[in-house]
Design a protein around this ligand. Structure first.
Ligand code: BG6
Length: 487
């Protein structure tokens, strides 16, 4: 089946870092059908050959085993074309229409990896030029808007020209193998389901920590911040995957209906909880990855008096029968002490202690999303110093059942963008976000945005290379818990 993939933002950061490497992997694995076209679109005045050379040079930044050989690149490059376009000029869409109509591919994908301000213009112009045919899919990259109103406006315009079944809203966290594993863990096994509730779980911690700072994206990040960049989408999607009820089947809408219910059940914010349960921070200078690094305010494109948050920690609850009263903590930030995304399910302690043990007698399940992808079940076992021990005075020791998916499945695993791009081609919406989910997530974060806009205190300082402001530890300590690395 032939395809045309039009990549708006074809010379942008996302195209280099994620999309082209993912498309190449799919091509290498034989899952991207040959005979298709990948048409990069951008303002630069490049011809096909110049675009191909540019992309080839960018592969130098990709991990060695994911780089194409010269022969592989030559075959991959045969798919690549470039179309110079100014997306705000209606006349430029005429060339696009001619290019696509000359081919009449069976599947047409419009991947809009541009600033969100252009989403509506692009969709309007595609429709005005007859490019919203039934076999066209439109892929929208986050952030979809900067608040509820702008998100609704984008969704409204896009839906005027495309049906919901044609709209693929990307949250690349849903494409990560570990997140799919989470669905498998919960709904493919009977083991955890009886325990997956308030009676057995004390608290849940979702952490997405990055070591990197804002890199070259300072001016983008200034208008985004960690709440819009990571919490509204990635972290809430993880929370949904943990908190949702088992869907009636594995179809996209069955899954999305359940995620939506979680978002609708999130405890509403109050003036008190906005102060006590949401911590924002901004990194100062410090040491990261062994080198001295500048403060956020010294980064390129950043206002030297900026109040943009590079760290958020918050506490919420899902107000329903399964979860009432169980704190869900979310934490994400740049320039933290490590690159680590984990979900920690802390189970309640045993109801009665018969061992004279000094170790914490609570079990926990750690789901590692990255850099490793695995599961660790923390248990207590009889420790090694048992000779002569009395039964009432046994030495318990923490042990872990450890499952590393990379070791288990190795090279067969497909990366997040590769998975999602193939799903778009195959019309599978399971791992994409529906408009009502997205709107609900904005509805929930908006009180935080409004509160911060009127809060003169600004973000709290933390040194680069640490785990964020101390207020984040104080917040969780109020409930009698601590972040997993502090345990
Ligand atoms: C993106 C954010 O959505 O996710 C970035 O815009 C962030 O700021 C990135 O660095 C993190 O993705 P990953 O897959 O590297 O954890």
């Amino acid at each position: 089946m032939s395809f045309d993939l039009v990549l708006f933002g074809g010379t942008g950061d996302l195209a280099w870092r994620k999309l082209m490497p993912a498309l190449f992997q799919a091509f290498r694995h034989g899952t991207l059908r040959e005979g298709g076209r990948i048409i990069g679109v951008g303002r630069d005045n490049l011809n096909h050959e110049q675009y191909r050379s540019l992309i080839q040079s960018r592969f130098d930044h990709v991990e060695l085993e994911k780089r194409p050989t010269a022969e592989e690149f030559e075959r991959f490059a045969a798919l690549l074309e470039f179309l110079p376009m100014d997306l705000s000029k209606p006349g430029d869409y005429v060339h696009l229409a001619e290019t696509l109509q000359a081919r009449k591919a069976q599947t047409i994908v419009m991947y809009v990896a541009t600033a969100p301000a252009l989403f509506t213009t692009v969709c309007e112009q595609l429709a005005a030029h007859g490019l919203n045919t039934p076999n066209t899919r439109v892929v929208l990259e986050k952030p979809l808007g900067h608040d509820l109103a702008s998100n609704c406006a984008i969704n409204h315009t896009v839906r005027r020209f495309f049906e919901e079944r044609q709209i693929f809203r990307i949250d690349h966290y849903l494409g990560k193998p570990a997140v799919q594993n989470l669905f498998a863990l919960r709904f493919g096994n009977a083991l955890f389901e009886p325990l997956w509730r308030r009676e057995h779980i004390a608290n849940i911690q979702i952490s997405i920590a990055e070591e990197l700072g804002v890199e070259s994206r300072g001016s983008f990040y200034e208008h985004t911040g960690a709440l819009r960049d990571m919490v509204q989408n990635h972290a809430l999607q993880l929370l949904c995957a943990i908190g949702m009820e088992p869907p009636i089947n594995a179809h996209a809408d069955a899954i999305r209906d359940e995620k939506l219910k979680v978002l609708r059940s999130l405890k509403p914010w109050t003036p008190e909880s906005l102060v006590q349960d949401v911590i924002r921070g901004q990194y100062g200078s410090g040491t990261s990855l062994g080198s001295k690094v500048p403060a956020y305010r010294e980064e390129l494109g950043v206002n030297p008096t900026s109040n943009t948050e590079t760290f958020v920690a918050l506490r919420t609850e899902i107000a329903n029968w399964r979860w009432a009263g169980v704190p869900f903590y979310i934490r994400t930030g740049k320039r933290l002490a490590g690159r680590e995304a984990t979900i920690v399910i802390n189970f309640r302690p045993t109801p009665h202690a018969i061992f004279n043990s000094h170790v914490d007698v609570s079990n926990k399940l750690v789901i590692y999303l990255q850099p490793r992808d695995g599961l660790e079940l923390h248990l207590l076992a009889q420790g090694p110093n048992t000779r002569g021990a009395r039964t009432t005075n046994q030495t318990l020791a923490p042990v872990q059942l450890d499952l590393d998916f990379e070791t288990r499945f190795g090279s067969e695993r497909v990366g997040a963008y590769e998975r999602l791009l193939l799903d778009v081609m195959d019309d599978r919406l399971n791992l994409f976000v529906r408009s009502d989910e997205q709107e609900e997530a904005w509805r929930w974060v908006e009180p935080i945005i409004n509160h911060w806009a009127n809060d003169t205190q600004g973000p709290r300082h933390y040194a680069a290379g640490t785990w964020g402001p101390s207020a984040s530890s104080a917040m969780i300590a109020r409930d009698g818990f601590c972040w997993s690395e502090e345990a």
